[in-house]
Design a protein around this ligand. Structure first.
Ligand code: NOJ
Length: 761
C-alpha cells in the first residue's frame, strides 16, 4: 500500500474545528515596509498575473520584451510556465534587475498530477480515502516545485449536482461532506507542513463560491440559489480548505443570484475575510475581471477593476486591467489606495510564506527536477490511487476474469488504447508516451497462454455510428469480451457541458452491437462524468467504472480485472437513468408527497422514470461480501456541545481480502425547516482479510447537523436518526440519539470532520 490508511485513532481532534474562526494576521514588518517603499505603479505591477505561454505551449511568451516588463516591476506572477531552468532566469531578472527585487510567483493548473498523472479528481473522490488524495497532492507538489512552480490552481472543490456540467470531472461531486474531506486533504498534501519548504506548492482553492451550481449545467452560467443551499451545500468545502490553511483562493467566473463573484464584496470580502477571518491571496479566474462588463455590472474596464479590487480580489489573472485601467479608477477615487495596499500586502505575504524573499532560487534545482519527475515511487502512488478509485457497478459473477490458457479475450473499443483519455482534462505536463493504456495493461496482466485481440469498433472522437462489423466478428470468435466504452477526455472539463449524459451515439451503437452477440460481456466504463447507461446495466454481465485513471491506468486495471485486488471504490455521485433525472441528489428534501413507485398516487416523481437512480451515491460492489453487525450508540442522548459515538462491527464473510467503505448518514426528522432525508456525516475505508472483523467508531457532534439560518448555525434539540451502510441505499443498521439542548455553531455543518476510530476485534 502506498498510503497508510489504517491509522488507529484517525483524524484530528474534531473539536479543534468547532471554535471561533481564525483571526486574520497582520502583515509582517518586511511586507509592511516594502509596501511603504513601493510606488503606485510598482504596487499595481504586483497585482498582475500574466500568461508566460499558452496552456499547450508553456513559456512561449517569455520574450525579451516580457523580461523588460519584469525589470520594470510590472508583473507579479506568471501562469502557463514551467521548468526549473527557464524559470530560474525569469526569477533572477526579477530579484536582481528590478528596483525592489521582489520575486515572481509561478503558477500552473496542477490538478491531478504534474507529470505523473493521477486519476481525474472525480475518480479520486471515488476512493473515499482522503489519504490517497493527500499523498497524490504531495507527489504533485514534489514534481511541480522541482520544475520551478510555486503555486497550483487546485484543489477544485466546486459542488456539482448536475452531471451535464463538464467540470464535474474536476471535483469531488455533489456531496459537501465528502468534498470537504477531499478539499482539506489536497490542501494539506500540496502545502505540506510549511509553505517555506522548497517542495511545497501553494494551493488555490477554486472556484469560490458556487460555480458548480450553473443553471442547466451550462458552464459559466448563473447560480440561482437560496442562501441556505449556498451555505449548507456549496460553501462547506471552501470553509474546510480555509481551515486547512489554503494559501490562496480563486473566484469563479459566474454570478450567484445575480452577483458576479469576482466583483462582489458580499461574497469575497464579507465571507472570506470578515466571516472566516482568512488572510490569504485571492486571484481572479482568467480574464474574469474584464468579464464583469459582460455581466452588466461595470460599464468599462476601469470600473470593472475598481469593483474587483474593492470586492477583495488581489490578483488579476490575465485581463490586464489591474496593470492598466485600474490606475485611472484609483486616480479618480483615492479611497481605492487602501484596497490596493491590502491587495499588495496579501500578494507579498504569499511570497514571504513561500520563502521566496529569503531563498528565491530554491525552486530551481535542475538535479532535483531530473531526479523527481516520474520517479518510480510516484508511479506506484498513481497506480495505487487508480486501483482504489475503480467502482464495480454490476457483477453477475463474471468478474474477476479468470481466462484459461488458449482462451481468447477480445478487447473492443478505441478508448482501451487511447492514452490521452487516461490523462483526463487537466494533464499538466502528463505525456501520452508515459501512459500504460487499458489495453496494454490487459496484455501485460493476462495469464500466460491467453490470446488478447483488439478491435476499436469506433474512433474515440466519433459522434455518428460507424462500421462495427470487425469488432462484432472478433467478439463472436472470443471466449471473453471486454468492451471499453464511454466518453473521451474531450467530453468533460471546462466548457464541455453536454445537453445529454447518454453515451455518444457511436459508443452506444458499438455497445449495442457487441451486447447483441450474446457473448459474456464485461464493460469498462471510461468517463469523467456520471453517464446514463441503462442498456449496459441491463445487458452487460459486469460493469467496472474505470473513469480516467492516469499514467498507471493499465496496470491498475489488470490488478482489479484479474482479481489480484478486489475493487473497493464507491460512487461519489449518483448515476442517473436518463438526462431528464438531473440534477439528482441522494440528500434531497422529503417533500410533502415523497416519491413512491406507485403511479396511482400523486407523488414527487416523473411518471416515465423509476424514482431511483441507476446506481446510487455510495454504491460500489466488491469481490467479497461484508456483514454489518448491530449499530451501537455510546449514549441515547447528548448535549448540543457534546460528542456521541456510533460504532458498527463489519466482517468480511467472503473468501478474498477486500476493502469496504463504511458510510454514516444522519437525518434530522423534525426541524423548523425541512431537512434532507439523509446527509453523509462519516465514512471510513477499511481493508478486511477473509473472516476478519473490524469495528468502526464515528464520533459525531450535534454541530454537524446544525441548520443554517440567516443569523447563524443553529443546533436544534430533538431526535437525530442514524443510518450506517454500504451505500446511501444499502443501509445495514439504524439507531438514533437525542440532542437535549440547543446551541449555535460558527462553522458550516458539513465542513466539520468526523473523528473515526478503527479497532480490530
Ligand atoms: C480557467 C479555469 O476556470 C481555471 O480553473 C483555471 O485555473 C484557469 N483557467 C487557469 O488555467
Amino acid at each position: 500500500m502506498a498510503c497508510n490508511r489504517h491509522f488507529l485513532w484517525t483524524l484530528l481532534a474534531a473539536c479543534l474545528f468547532v471554535g471561533t474562526p481564525a483571526q486574520a494576521s497582520e502583515p509582517s514588518e518586511r511586507v509592511t515596509s516594502l509596501v511603504e517603499e513601493m510606488t503606485t505603479e510598482e504596487k499595481l505591477g504586483q497585482l498582475v498575473q500574466a500568461a508566460g505561454g499558452r496552456s499547450k505551449n508553456l513559456n512561449s511568451k517569455l520574450t525579451p520584451e516580457e523580461l523588460d516588463r519584469v525589470r520594470r516591476g510590472e508583473v507579479g506572477s506568471y501562469l502557463h510556465v514551467a521548468g526549473a531552468a527557464p524559470l530560474a532566469e525569469l526569477q533572477r531578472v526579477a530579484v536582481e534587475e528590478s528596483r525592489l527585487g521582489i520575486p515572481l510567483l509561478f503558477a500552473m493548473d496542477v490538478v491531478h498530477g504534474y507529470q505523473t498523472i493521477f486519476p481525474v479528481p472525480l475518480a479520486m473522490a471515488a476512493t473515499w480515502e482522503p489519504e490517497v488524495w493527500r499523498h497524490a497532492a504531495r507527489v504533485s507538489a514534489v514534481e511541480a516545485t522541482a520544475a520551478g512552480l510555486h503555486w497550483t490552481f487546485a484543489p477544485m472543490v466546486d459542488i456539482a449536482r448536475d452531471a451535464r456540467w463538464g467540470r464535474i470531472v474536476e471535483g469531488a461531486g455533489p456531496d459537501p461532506f465528502l468534498s470537504a474531506r477531499m478539499a482539506e486533504a489536497q490542501v494539506q498534501g500540496y502545502q505540506g507542513t510549511s509553505l517555506a519548504d522548497a517542495d511545497t506548492l501553494m494551493a488555490a482553492t477554486k472556484h469560490f463560491g458556487a460555480y458548480g451550481a450553473a443553471l442547466g449545467g451550462r458552464d459559466y452560467g448563473s447560480a440561482d440559489l437560496s442562501a441556505r443551499t449556498l451555505w449548507e451545500v456549496y460553501l462547506p468545502p471552501f470553509e474546510a480548505a480555509v481551515r486547512a490553511g489554503t494559501g490562496s483562493m480563486m473566484t469563479a467566473f459566474n454570478d450567484v443570484s445575480g452577483a458576479p463573484v469576482t466583483g462582489s464584496e458580499e461574497y469575497v470580502d464579507s465571507i472570506l475575510r470578515d466571516q472566516w477571518g482568512w488572510d490569504g491571496l485571492v486571484v481572479s479566474d482568467w480574464n474574469a475581471i474584464a468579464e464583469l462588463i459582460n455581466h452588466g455590472v461595470a460599464s468599462d474596464r476601469a470600473t470593472a477593476g475598481a469593483l474587483a479590487l474593492r470586492a477583495g480580489v488581489d490578483m488579476d489573472m490575465t485581463s490586464g486591467i489591474f496593470g492598466g485601467e485600474l490606475k485611472d479608477a484609483i486616480d479618480a477615487d483615492p479611497a481605492l489606495l487602501a484596497d490596493l495596499d491590502r491587495a499588495v500586502a496579501h500578494i507579498l505575504t504569499a511570497k514571504e510564506r513561500l520563502g521566496l524573499f529569503d531563498n528565491p532560487m530554491a525552486y530551481h534545482d535542475l538535479a532535483r527536477e531530473a531526479e523527481l519527475l516520474m520517479a518510480p515511487a510516484h508511479r506506484d502512488a498513481a497506480r495505487e490511487a487508480a486501483v482504489q478509485s475503480m467502482v464495480l457497478l454490476k457483477n453477475d459473477g463474471s468478474l474477476p476474469l479468470r481466462p484459461q490458457p488458449r482462451e481468447r479475450i477480445a478487447v473492443i473499443g478505441a478508448l482501451a488504447a487511447d492514452p490521452m483519455t487516461q490523462l483526463g482534462s487537466w494533464r499538466a505536463q502528463g505525456k501520452a508516451e508515459d501512459v500504460v493504456t487499458l489495453l496494454d495493461g490487459i496484455r501485460q496482466g493476462v495469464p500466460d497462454g491467453v490470446d488478447v485481440r483488439y478491435a476499436k469498433g469506433a474512433d474515440t472522437g466519433d459522434i455518428e455510428p460507424g462500421d462495427v462489423r470487425e469488432a462484432v466478428r472478433l467478439a463472436k470468435r472470443s471466449d471473453h469480451v471486454v468492451l471499453v466504452v464511454g466518453e473521451d477526455y474531450d467530453l468533460s472539463g471546462e466548457a464541455r457541458s453536454r445537453s445529454s449524459v447518454e453515451l455518444p451515439a457511436a459508443q452506444r451503437n458499438l455497445a449495442d452491437a457487441i451486447l447483441a452477440t450474446g457473448k459474456p460481456v464485461t464493460v469498462l466504463l471510461v468517463t469523467g462524468r456520471p453517464v446514463a447507461v441503462p442498456e449496459l446495466a441491463d445487458k452487460a454481465d459486469a460493469i467496472l467504472l474505470t473513469w480516467m485513471l492516469g499514467v498507471e491506468a493499465g496496470p491498475a486495471l489488470a490488478d482489479v480485472l484479474f482479481g489480484e485486488v478486489s475493487p473497493g471504490g464507491k460512487l461519489p455521485v449518483s448515476f442517473p437513468r436518463a438526462t431528464g433525472q438531473l440534477p439528482f441528489t441522494y440528500d434531497k428534501l422529503p417533500s410533502g408527497r415523497p416519491a413512491e413507485p406507485n403511479l396511482e398516487r400523486d407523488t414527487n416523481r416523473y411518471i416515465d422514470l423509476p424514482i431511483t437512480p441507476l446506481y446510487p451515491f455510495g454504491h460500489g460492489l466488491s469481490y467479497s461480501l461484508f456483514d454489518y453487525g448491530d449499530v451501537v450508540m455510546s449514549a441515547p442522548s447528548v448535549g448540543a456541545d457534546g460528542v456521541v459515538t456510533v460504532s458498527v462491527p463489519v466482517t468480511n464473510t467472503g473468501s478474498q481480502a477486500a476493502d469496504e467503505v463504511v458510510q454514516l448518514y444522519l437525518r434530522d426528522p423534525v426541524s423548523r425547516v425541512s431537512r434532507p432525508v439523509q446527509q453523509l456525516r462519516g465514512f471510513q475505508r477499511i481493508t478486511l482479510q477473509p473472516g476478519e472483523t473490524q469495528t468502526v467508531a464515528f464520533d459525531v457532534q450535534p454541530a454537524q447537523m446544525a441548520v443554517w439560518y440567516p443569523d447563524g448555525w443553529l443546533i436544534e434539540a430533538g431526535e437525530i436518526e442514524v443510518m450506517v451502510g454500504s451505500s446511501s441505499t444499502d443501509i445495514r443498521g439504524r439507531a438514533s440519539f437525542d440532542v437535549v439542548s440547543t446551541s449555535t455553531s460558527v462553522q458550516s455543518a458539513a465542513s466539520i470532520p468526523t473523528g473515526v476510530r478503527v479497532s480490530e476485534r
